[in-house]
Design a protein around this ligand. Structure first.
Ligand code: FO1
Length: 333
């Protein structure tokens, strides 16, 4: 991120922590990285999608954030690299190997380098920081934990590991419950906790990721939920549901399978007690009044980089507008 890419206007020096999952979250993370100075943004990423595949440790949400912030991502696909080639997949297919989870030739280098470093004893945090630097990304990109956490989806087709549900079954099975194996014993990383403990922290932003699949893995880690509930700065969530539907992915489908209204209000209710403000799309502004917490309506559909920057600015401004009330309501310690 060149300094020219940073429009620091209106951030008044505070640092921000963004919680991010897959594609939708990465879009806002990119907007924030364009608006905030690099040393004022820490992006904390879900690792519940991680899995072992062909002997490689694959961290899809981390890679989506890395590639997006490096300007290398395949934007329309949402994951993987632009201009990717698939020679490895073709060669593997010829040998009868599994090709349901597609690993591009350049993408493969990420999984091999990460797996090698993890085998040498590096933490996922250290590996991710190495990859971030090599890809020329300025803000900190931090796994939510260095401990193993794996999302499993219980469906009418059985209990599926996340990638089997999401990729192999293309989210078709009906979901009855979601669990995060390992979360109860997992710990936030020291780097993530210190980002939350910074004296200049001015806000926490939950990016428009799927709450049930991409944010709940973090909230299922006891000391994560505790750390978030004890924050003395405004915590704002951005809706992934616009006009009753999700832009991408299974969020709306899972909500209806859980018997929830597919609405921004259901998202706000999901985060109740953990957020001080909720950003919804301007098309849903009418819902602002009955959310039971401060809400701001803004354009939340992000097609262009400018859309991402505009939403990032609006989210930061919303955090700052809450800072007075938040400190008063929490009292001064
Ligand atoms: N998503 C797919 O729908 N099909 C794939 O073949 C696929 C491969 C893949 C490889 C590396 C990677 O980092 C992500 C990949 N994804 C693929 C996306 C992955 O399923 C993510 O977990 C989702 O983006 C949800 O976060």
């Amino acid at each position: 991120m060149t300094s020219a890419g940073i429009h620091a206007a209106g951030t008044a020096g505070g640092s921000y922590v963004a919680l991010c999952g897959g594609v939708g979250g990465a879009k806002l993370a990119l907007g924030l990285a364009n608006v905030l100075p690099a040393d004022k943004l820490s992006i904390i990423v879900n690792t519940g999608d991680d899995f072992e595949h062909l002997g490689l440790h694959v961290s899809p949400d981390i890679d989506t954030v890395l590639y997006t912030l490096a300007g290398l991502s395949n934007a329309e696909q949402g994951w993987g690299l632009a201009g990717e080639t698939w020679n490895f997949m073709g060669a593997l297919e010829r040998l009868g190997g599994p090709t349901w989870f597609r690993l591009g030739d350049q993408d493969l280098a990420t999984h091999i380098e990460r797996t090698e470093r993890l085998k040498r004893g590096d933490t996922l945090t250290a590996v991710t920081d190495h990859l971030r630097r090599k890809l020329g990304i300025a803000p900190a990109i931090l796994p939510m934990t260095d401990d193993p956490v794996a999302t499993f989806v219980t469906t009418d087709a059985g209990r599926l590991p996340f990638q089997s549900y999401f990729v192999a079954q293309q989210c078709r099975p009906r979901v009855t419950s979601i669990e995060f194996q390992g979360a109860a014993a997992a710990k936030p990383t020291p780097a993530a906790l210190s980002a939350l403990a910074r004296p200049d922290l001015a806000g926490l932003i939950i990016c428009p990721s799927n709450p049930w699949l991409s944010v709940d893995p973090m909230l299922a880690i006891p000391s994560w939920r505790k750390a978030l509930s004890e924050l003395h700065v405004p915590r704002v969530a951005v809706t992934p549901i616009i006009g009753g539907r999700a832009i991408k992915g299974p969020t709306a489908k899972i909500m209806s399978e859980f018997g929830l209204d597919v609405s921004a209000a259901s998202i706000a209710a999901h985060y109740r007690g953990l957020i001080d403000g909720f950003m919804l799309d301007e098309s849903d502004a009418a819902q602002s009044a009955d959310l039971g917490l401060p809400a701001m309506a803004a354009p939340t559909i992000m097609r262009t980089l400018d859309d991402r920057i505009r939403l990032a600015r609006a989210t930061i401004a919303f955090c700052r507008s809450l800072s007075g009330s938040r400190l008063v309501s929490k009292g001064t310690t």
